[in-house]
Ligand binder design. Structure first.
Ligand SMILES: [Ca+2]
Ligand SMILES: [Ca+2]
Length: 72
């Protein structure tokens, strides 16, 4: 179990295929693995807020975007 206070470790846990981006599917799977249900509307708002920060709006969360979202 990674340290929950370490966002980089959490990012790596969520990024299951290790390509450096968290997709919606990876995010939902990671939350389910933690026993949390994530509904589509929550995913939409999380990804919208995160994607706004680097302006690429590619539907994936990079580590930089994740760190911004983490520190909100
Ligand atoms: Ca990935
Ligand atoms: Ca992005």
């Amino acid at each position: 179990m990674p340290n929950l206070d370490d966002p980089t470790a959490t990012f790596q846990e969520f990024d299951r295929d290790g390509d450096g981006y968290i997709t919606r599917e990876e995010f939902a799977l990671a939350m389910n693995a933690r026993g949390e249900e994530v509904i589509a509307a929550e995913l939409d708002s999380i990804f919208k807020v995160s994607d706004e920060h680097d302006g690429d709006v590619d539907g994936r969360i990079s580590l930089a975007e994740f760190l911004v979202a983490w520190n909100r």
